[in-house]
Design a protein around this ligand. Structure first.
Ligand SMILES: *[C@@H]1O[C@H](CO)[C@@H](O)[C@H](O)[C@H]1NC(C)=O
Ligand SMILES: *[C@@H]1O[C@H](CO)[C@@H](O)[C@H](O)[C@H]1NC(C)=O
Ligand SMILES: *[C@@H]1O[C@H](CO)[C@@H](O)[C@H](O)[C@H]1NC(C)=O
Ligand SMILES: *[C@@H]1O[C@H](CO)[C@@H](O)[C@H](O)[C@H]1NC(C)=O
Length: 403
């Protein structure tokens, strides 16, 4: 208490008690010092912003004319489904060899449909998970039926890109004829050498996976990268409309970027400084482990096993080439990016460009490499850009008003 009192006496007060002229000059001095201080802070922040991540600008046309909009440098997001390689296991799991009949969950006596691998009109090969549905005709991959019950009906679908990608939106898997009762989504960061769980899906998480059921929307910034088990997409509700199973990328983003992802800068700043967070949304491969098909009820009807199978019509993977927020363009090769290219012309020396265009032999890291030489990655403190810009604006205003 005492010491605080003695310090709280402003030294400037003692000056004000003395003569007029010295007060004016002192005030001028204080203002100058303050302006210098603000300028220094401004400079410091500018340097930090520069170090955060590369800023790209694009010309934005508005009613009042054109303005430059600044944003994090990265390739645009796109649907990656047409670039993925699909492998289905076990090899004979796809239906139609030999031809077989299947029924529907809604009406188990409606068993007219046939799957025949040798007839293009009746075949359901894996490619139908990634094709574009034309003219409203839904095509899908389909497995054999659960004739071997009670032996589990298992299938793995491995999706490979041979490239580091970064999720930008929800993964959406569309199931025809019911969503699985149990399923796991896994991912690999190293071209399929090692795998880790991404999300678990079950109608009963404790029973199937021994996990407490959770929802992505209950995640917070401190646990946004938690691997959860969700019951949201596995419960049978009888409605044919519920076909989609999601991995909720967007919901996890909103824990950092706010409602409707208004503050994406804050997310990019966190990405830049938190490798764990960045890696969470990064993958080279995804794997779906289908563990139990839709039952259309609570138990399996042994006398009608032809209505149990998996059928997937679409797998949507919205992502972008991983360029570590330092390039805005990807050079596409065979449809998938091979090199990240900076579109900002600054400081790209000829030697750096030459080096970048010739990848080192034996280099296993196929993450897009930065072309500019000076932008090597160093560890930097967290500083969300959004607030920074507004702080900068305030500081600029303060400097202008003081000087
Ligand atoms: C799916 O992949 C896992 C992990 O490699 C493996 O243990 C399992 O046997 C596979 N399942 C099938 C049906 O091939
Ligand atoms: C994966 O990419 C590497 C480097 O770009 C290439 O050498 C290799 O052939 C590719 N592998 C496959 C299976 O496409
Ligand atoms: C993906 O791109 C579209 C426009 O191309 C944009 O509206 C959307 O916000 C982007 N998504 C993310 C997560 O950046
Ligand atoms: C994440 O944290 C929030 C708040 O602490 C909590 O309510 C939620 O259950 C947590 N989720 C997981 C999956 O741990």
């Amino acid at each position: 208490m005492l010491s605080r009192n003695s310090y709280s006496m402003p030294t400037s007060l003692s000056f004000e008690f003395y003569g007029g002229p010295s007060l004016v000059s002192w005030l001028a001095l204080v203002m100058l010092a303050r302006a210098t201080f603000f300028l220094l802070v401004l400079l410091h922040i500018l340097v930090q912003v520069q170090g955060q991540y590369e800023l790209c600008k694009s010309l934005l046309k508005t009613d009042e004319g054109s303005v430059w909009e600044q944003h994090a440098c990265q390739p645009k997001n796109q649907s990656m489904k047409e670039y993925m390689r699909i492998r289905v296991e076990p090899p004979g799991i796809t239906c139609g060899n030999p031809p077989e009949r299947f029924c529907t969950l809604e009406n188990p006596y409606l068993c007219s449909d046939e799957c025949d691998a040798s007839n293009p009109d009746l075949a359901h090969p894996p490619q139908l998970m990634q094709d574009r549905e034309r003219g409203g005709l839904v095509t899908y991959w389909q497995t054999q039926t659960w004739r071997r019950y009670p032996e589990p009906l298992l299938a793995n679908i491995t999706l490979s890109w041979n490239k580091s990608l970064e999720l930008t939106d929800d993964i959406e898997i569309t199931f025809e004829y019911g969503r699985p009762t149990a399923m796991a989504l896994e991912k690999s960061l190293d071209y399929g050498h090692t795998w880790q769980p991404y999300q678990f899906y079950a109608d009963d998480c404790p029973e199937v996976f021994g996990m407490v059921p959770q929802r992505a929307r209950d995640l917070t910034p401190s646990n946004a990268t938690r691997v959860i088990c969700t019951e949201l997409y596995s419960r049978w509700v009888g409605a044919k409309g519920d076909k989609v199973v999601r991995f909720e990328t967007r919901t996890r983003f909103t824990t950092f970027a706010g409602h409707r992802l208004r503050d994406m800068d804050s997310l990019w700043a966190r990405f830049e400084n938190n490798k764990g967070l960045r890696d969470f949304f990064t993958f080279t491969d995804l794997r779906l482990r289908l563990l139990k098909p839709a039952l259309g009820g609570t138990y399996v009807q042994r006398d009608n096993l032809l209505k149990y199978f998996y059928a997937i019509s679409n797998i949507e993977v919205p992502a972008r080439c991983k360029c570590n927020l330092h390039a805005s363009r990807c050079v596409l090769e065979d449809g998938i990016c091979s090199v990240c290219a900076s579109t900002t012309p600054r400081a790209r020396t000829a030697s750096a460009a030459k080096r970048a265009s010739k990848p080192k032999s034996g280099n296993q890291d196929r993450t897009c490499q930065l072309l500019s030489a000076h932008l090597t990655h160093v560890h930097r403190p967290v500083l969300p850009l959004g607030p920074t810009v507004s702080v900068m604006a305030t500081l600029t205003a303060a400097v202008i008003s003081t000087t």
